[in-house]
Design a protein around this ligand. Structure first.
Ligand code: FES
Ligand code: FES
Length: 155
């Protein structure tokens, strides 16, 4: 079937089975390899993208469900060659090691800060609870998200 939706602010259309996962369509049809496949069963958050501004696990969502909706991936965050403040903060705080969890972590943080622009440390921990990182110990990630939140509030 043909599915049309908005991907990173551009209207797109893809011919595929509606039951194919959003993860596989983003990676295989659109080449968006920032959307990672970790567990494939909704437990690691590596595949996190936004659908209508809410974080979802792309490995669990059938692509048929995004028809007519807005999908945002890590590739859509930087504007005019400039990193998004959350991306900048991850670099500044060395919150990236192997990088496998990073796109999903940043998208989850993006969704969190849309909903709660001034999260406490505990709220950041809870907001990112669905995203696993095997490298960093989370401390620098949490600091980066709080720094980005402060930066975004300043505008
Ligand atoms: S790959 Fe989707 S949650 Fe792990
Ligand atoms: S930086 Fe390696 S899994 Fe998070």
């Amino acid at each position: 079937m043909r599915i049309e939706f908005i991907l990173n602010d551009q209207p797109v259309s893809v011919e595929c089975s509606g039951s194919e996962t959003l993860l596989s369509v983003l990676r295989e049809h659109f080449g968006l390899l920032g959307v990672k496949e970790g567990c494939g069963v909704g437990e690691c958050g590596a595949c996190t993208v936004l659908v209508d501004e809410r974080a979802v696990n792309a490995c669990l969502m059938a692509v048929g469900k995004v028809r007519g909706r807005r999908v945002l991936t890590i590739e859509g965050l930087a504007k005019e060659g400039k990193l998004h403040p959350i991306q900048e903060a991850f670099v500044d705080f060395s919150a990236v090691q192997c990088g496998f969890c990073t796109p999903g972590m940043i998208m989850a943080a993006f969704a969190l800060l849309k909903e709660n622009p001034a999260p406490s440390r505990q709220e950041v921990i809870e907001g990112l609870a669905g995203n696993l990182c095997r490298c960093t110990g989370y401390h620098d990630i949490i600091r980066a998200v709080q720094k980005a939140a402060a930066q975004l509030r300043k505008g």
